[in-house]
Write a protein that binds this ligand. Structure first.
Ligand code: MG
Length: 381
């Protein structure tokens, strides 16, 4: 019995050589140490990569056709975990900042990837901010540990894969004719997401309504500055079969937001106002729910804690993303069975995705059984 368990431990790399050398069993085990890889420390590597978007991405103040990301790997005992940092330029991180941050991270000091809490606490303290760069280590570590255990994270957490929601699909701001075309191309998706906060808000909604009756979600990105105007808009949007509103007003307008949420006929989610765990408590009573994004909150570990906290406070939860590859999307989707709404379309908006992972099938996030974060293929890149 003991022997078979030891064999299992060695074959799966679950135990580092140093542990075997400790205690009174040193002599008994020393003969076998050579079986275990001489250096089983974790090794972090990373590579800048640029995502090419299928369509020009237009926000209120800027347009762009690319998104910088950094792809990370953590190798341990011949197994590789994959991670990613996605860094839309307006959020302050870049190839340069992420590379600089990751250069300072030394995982070789940890013998065992299962010490996730200690490892990720260390990573969080390497420097301030840098949430996406931190997430790239967190995701790779989760992928690695899940692979060592041999299960996907939704199973390790005990979630029901059938409970995943539909994902919304973003229809970018454009001319009326192009918007109509984009809606037709999005036939597979059951929920459309629209960016508002411009002069043309009602026109944009009416244009979509002229071609489809599908549910719509709107993201105002802090664009409305007056609470009475915001309430009028939300009442109008409800009549148009809009189902929720993201960040209608600036994050600093806390009292106005609480006023609006109290009166709104639609759920209101805080996004820009909710980055990490302490923001969940601040959002309670101000928003109906929170939008959790791995790139804001430093990865899966904190996302899981935010989810648990928000749930215990009776708040609604949605999962969001940046434009990112199937690596970060597959990671986030491991949490999907526990959220009411998902906006995980970032990988669907890019042309050069180096990963195959969680798929959207008939509009629904569909988890697979691959261990770790659920990647099934890594393409040359
Ligand atoms: Mg948002």
């Amino acid at each position: 019995m003991k022997q078979s368990r030891r064999k299992f431990i060695i074959s799966t790399g679950l135990l580092g050589g140093t542990i075997l050398t400790g205690g009174s069993n040193t002599n008994v085990f020393s003969k076998n140490i050579s079986i275990i890889k001489k250096n089983s420390n974790m090794k972090l590597t990373f590579k800048p990569y640029t995502l090419e978007l299928k369509h020009v991405f237009t926000l209120a103040t800027s347009s762009r056709t690319t998104t910088p990301v950094v792809l990370t790997q953590i190798e341990y005992d011949g197994i590789i975990g994959y991670g990613e940092a996605s860094m839309p330029p307006y959020l302050g991180e870049s190839h340069e900042t992420a590379t600089k941050f990751l250069s300072k991270v030394d995982l070789s000091q940890f013998k065992d990837p299962f010490e996730m809490e200690s490892i990720l606490e260390y990573v969080d303290n390497v420097d301030k901010l840098n949430p996406a760069a931190k997430a790239s280590v967190d995701i790779a570590l989760h992928d690695l540990v899940g692979k060592l255990i041999g299960k996907p994270w939704f199973k390790i957490w005990g979630f029901d894969k059938d409970k995943t929601p539909y994902t919304s699909f973003t229809i970018g701001i454009d001319t009326n004719e192009v918007v109509k075309q984009k809606v037709k191309e999005a036939e597979e998706y059951k929920i459309l997401k629209v960016k508002l906060g411009r002069e043309t808000d009602k026109e944009m909604i009416e244009t979509i309504r002229s071609v489809t009756g599908k549910q719509i979600t709107v993201d105002v990105n802090q664009g409305w500055k007056d609470k009475f105007f915001a309430l009028d808009m939300i009442n109008w949007l409800k009549e148009k079969n809009v189902i929720y509103v993201e960040q209608p007003m600036p994050k600093e307008m806390v009292d106005e937001m609480a006023w609006l949420t109290e009166r709104s006929p639609l759920p209101i989610f805080g996004d820009e106002s909710v980055q990490r765990i302490p923001d969940v408590i601040k959002a309670h009573g101000v928003y109906s729910g929170i939008n959790i994004k791995l790139m804001k909150c430093t990865g899966l570990r904190e996302a899981y804690k935010m989810l648990t906290l928000a749930k215990s406070l009776g708040m609604k939860i949605m999962l969001g993303c940046m434009t990112e590859t199937s690596c970060a999307i597959s990671a986030a989707s491991q949490l999907a069975p526990e959220v009411q709404w998902a906006d995980l379309d970032g990988n669907l908006l890019i042309k050069n995705d180096p990963f195959v992972g969680t798929k959207v099938i008939d509009g629904k996030i569909t988890l697979n059984e691959n261990p770790g974060i659920g990647l099934s293929e890594v393409l040359p890149h």
